[in-house]
Design a protein around this ligand. Structure first.
Ligand code: AKG
Length: 459
């Protein structure tokens, strides 16, 4: 259990570290699982072999283009991580962790959700021109681009964020050591106090208009690295700004397991608007007075995150091979721009994810073919020649409700999802494979679904 000082630390800074609470054997088991998901040419004792395109739950992309961050979540190579007893023993079924979560929340908790196995790989000292620019290598250099190595000097800082999905406490368990500049989690202590009231829901990511300005102000501060040893668990507040760091040590990857905790009344809290009191629903903490000021006041501006440098970083990112990136689809398009009542049109070449009501499946991709979609007479969702997920709510509000999709390639998997709170209970209004042309009336599907009290599912 946490001491008084640790509780006060958590309230002020937004996180607390539980040292050495995970079993080392289970940490090694989980680390080995991450290694087994990496390409065959990755060898433990040869950091030079840690390069090339990596497929994880988001995309397939060169390791250094993704700043060394790799995530394995359910349903892919890592298997059913939420059911693996050894993984569950690390945090979800570890009394040393769950008791502290109960203490902080002061309530019973829902079954914890193992979110994924996340690693941060060292940035390489040098990369080939081929890795950097892929097919965009200048023509005269194309034949030798795999042999020319250039120093890899620049890696832009990771974008800070708060989670897009609802939960109360994030637990990050270090499976390997996380020394300074060796992949330790970055946090902006105190940011939870400023950001918590900036939402329309106590738990879902539904920002109020002033949110972005507060977020940007905090993001320009210098974050703190939470260093630690294999076996340590960090617990942090769900509105704490954080980011994965850039690993500059070149010797070992940092592996971690992420688990989400919520109190058992989370389903109701999703519908409530927050007050200025960040601890209003934390029965274990709300009685304690925390009048020792915001930890944000202790943070210094980060000179490399100054506004004046935004353009420079963008240019450097372009120069450092932004063009060689494999497009990541639109994995994140929905997560932080959702609102209840929105109606999203989603298309994919891939049947995987077709059963889901989520916007952020990693299969929302339409490659190399001619697909078009329109609402009434207006084309929608075209970006760079690809049809992307699209919120058609403004069209519906303007009385335009007929969606027409044409496709001249293999079957295209189309979903129309109406969002409601909690977002994971949003309903699928339409689900179907488009072979040549499909026309649907979204407003009437919505009315029908409302009358029935459920989503319609056309297979
Ligand atoms: O792996 C890390 O250190 C951070 C990852 C993270 O913040 C996230 O994906 O939400």
């Amino acid at each position: 259990m946490l001491t008084e000082e640790q509780c006060a630390f958590f309230m002020r800074k937004g996180y607390v570290v539980l040292s050495g609470v995970m079993d080392r054997g289970a940490c090694d088991y989980a680390s080995a699982k991450i290694w087994s998901c990496m390409p065959d040419h990755f060898r433990h004792d040869e950091p030079k072999s840690w390069s090339g395109p990596i497929e994880d739950c988001r995309t397939t992309c060169e390791l250094f283009h993704r700043r060394g961050h790799v995530k394995f979540q359910k349903g892919e190579k890592a298997g059913r991580i939420g059911l693996d007893p050894r993984l569950l023993s690390l945090i979800s079924r570890n009394a040393a962790v769950t008791e502290v979560v109960r203490q902080l929340l002061g309530k019973e908790i829902e079954t914890p959700r193992v979110r994924g196995l996340y690693s941060v790989w060292p940035m390489p000292a040098s990369v080939t021109l081929l890795q950097l620019f892929a097919e965009k290598v200048p023509r005269p250099l194309r034949r030798i681009s795999h042999a020319i190595r250039v120093p890899y000097l620049f890696c832009s800082p990771s974008p800070p964020h708060i989670e897009g999905h609802p939960m109360h406490i994030v637990a990050v368990g270090y499976l390997t050591d996380a020394p300074q500049n060796g992949g330790a989690l970055l946090v902006w202590p105190g940011s939870h106090c400023d950001l918590y009231p900036q939402f329309r829901s106590t738990m879902e990511h539904l920002p109020v208009p002033g949110y972005q300005a507060s977020f940007d102000r905090i993001a320009r501060m210098r974050p703190v690295q939470i260093t630690g040893k294999a076996g340590d668990v960090i617990l942090f507040h769900h509105r704490l700004m954080h980011a994965a760091s850039v690993h500059r040590r070149r010797n070992k990857p940092r592996h971690a397991i992420f688990v989400d905790f919520s109190s058992s009344d989370a389903r109701d809290l999703v519908h409530q608007q927050p007050t200025a009191d960040v601890w209003e629903h934390w029965d274990g903490l709300k009685a304690r007075q925390s009048n020792n000021g915001s930890a944000l006041a202790d943070l210094k501006p980060a000179f490399w995150r100054r506004k004046q440098f935004d353009g420079l970083f963008k240019a450097l990112r372009g120069l450092c091979g932004g063009k060689g990136k494999v497009p990541s689809g639109i994995y994140y398009v929905g997560a932080r721009s959702r609102a209840p009542g929105d109606v999203w049109v989603l298309m994919s070449d891939d049947e995987a994810g077709f059963a889901s009501n989520a916007l952020e499946t990693n299969t929302n991709r339409v490659w190399c073919r001619s697909v078009s979609a329109q609402m009434g007479s207006k084309p929608i969702g075209r970006q760079g020649g690809k049809v992307t997920p699209f919120n058609v709510r403004p069209y519906l509000e303007a009385g335009e409700s007929i969606l027409k999709v044409t496709n001249d390639g293999p079957p295209l998997f189309l979903r129309v999802v109406e969002l409601s709170l909690p977002f994971h209970e949003s309903r699928v209004l339409f689900r179907g494979a488009v072979t040549s042309e499909t026309t649907i009336d979204i407003a009437s599907l919505r009315d029908h679904a409302q009358a029935e009290g459920k989503g319609l599912q056309y297979a």
